[in-house]
Design a protein around this ligand. Structure first.
Ligand code: UDP
Ligand code: MG
Length: 336
């Protein structure tokens, strides 16, 4: 771990006592093969510290819920939150945040790519006064160079368009103080992009670098479609620059037409004939292409308003496994 370069003036004696309870929120989608290893790793990392492990089953079909139930019978610290279908990683995290009761909440993946052994270091930084301790992945074992390239490019574009300082590799492995969790639970985000949201929030934060090992078992649950959806919702939730693209496109089009006009006039003066249909076709297809692109982009923003007006809950909880069965989770942004 290397967190020193990110720490501000808060170093010094501990400002906080040990947390009374740590909530670990782990979304799991078809991760039955990882459950035992994950639970063992969390237990080893947490030692005597009081914690609850909230496994959010995001509509798994491979017996993950049954696996959670078996573990919860043996270990009272394990809680299963079963969503009614697959709502996606971000919403599974959001469900876990609403349910967590700890004064410190740590979110991490269920495939052991976010090393549980770093949680005590995160807690130490929280005790020093940081409200957010963000995990930053500096490398991933076995990652393809193509995925790495696109990830680097995406973070660059995100920073440029959104003006939010989100470092490459800032993942959904982080510790949050209870006050931050309360803030997030109050928010009414349409399409969630937690890492952008948390980077946007500010507050006192430290970063913990880590190398992500390869997945313990199974395959990535992020297919290309899910990855693109997350990338799109990240940019569209934090930037209105694509909406303004119309102005830039309009200006470019006007400049092009003006240049063409000059070209036609000069050709006429010089006595040359200008073939009309070719340039008309090029301009027409260019204009229509740009117009459809802009309409699509504006539609994306409209869609967000439409979703907000519908006020559908972001996720539905079908059942809760383990203790705290009666805890009241509101999935309605109005009540949260
Ligand atoms: N996940 C989820 N719902 C989904 C997709 C993923 O809850 O629709 C969980 C998954 O089980 C894992 C975490 O989100 O615990 C991160 O997913 P994954 O490891 O597949 O992503 P990758 O590391 O490949 O980006
Ligand atoms: Mg993973």
């Amino acid at each position: 771990m290397n967190d020193t370069s990110y720490r501000s003036s808060l170093t010094g004696s501990s400002l906080r006592d040990e947390p009374k309870r740590v909530s670990l929120v782990v979304p799991v989608y078809n991760e039955s093969a990882n459950l035992s290893a994950l639970i063992a790793a969390v237990s080893a990392a947490m030692g005597l510290c009081a914690y609850e492990l909230i496994l959010v089953d995001d509509g798994s079909t491979d017996g993950t819920a049954e696996g959670i139930a078996t573990h919860a019978q043996a270990d009272g610290r394990i809680i299963g939150l079963c969503l009614s279908r697959n709502f996606g990683h971000q919403y599974a995290l959001s469900a876990g945040l609403k349910y967590a009761t700890g004064d410190v909440v740590v979110m991490m993946d269920g495939d052991l790519q976010h090393p549980p052994s770093l949680v005590p270091d995160m807690i130490r930084l929280w005790r020093e006064g940081y409200n957010i301790v963000q995990g930053r992945r500096v490398d991933t074992e076995g990652i393809s160079s193509r995925r790495q390239f696109f990830s680097r490019m995406y973070y660059g574009v995100f920073r440029f368009l959104c003006g939010i300082s989100l470092d490459e590799g800032e993942s959904d492995f982080r510790l949050l103080d209870r006050s931050i969790v309360e803030e997030i639970n109050k928010m009414q985000e349409g399409q969630l992009f937690l890492r952008g949201l948390i980077a946007w929030m500010g507050y006192r934060r430290a970063k913990v670098d880590y190398v992500a090992p390869a997945r313990f078992a199974g395959k990535s649950k992020y297919n290309l479609r899910k990855m693109l959806r997350l990338a799109r919702s990240g940019i569209l939730s934090f930037s209105t620059a694509p909406m303004r693209l119309g102005i830039v496109a309009g200006l470019c089009m006007s400049a092009l037409s003006f240049l063409e006009l000059i070209y036609v006039l000069i050709a006429r003066i010089c006595g040359a004939t200008v073939p009309g249909w070719a340039s008309t076709m090029v301009l027409l297809s260019l204009v229509f292409g740009v117009m459809f692109l802009l309409m699509g982009l504006q539609g994306e923003y409209l869609l967000r308003i439409y979703e907000r007006v519908q006020r559908r809950p972001a996720f539905l909880v079908e059942r809760v496994i383990g203790k705290n069965k009666n805890a009241n989770i509101s999935t309605d942004p109005k009540e949260s």
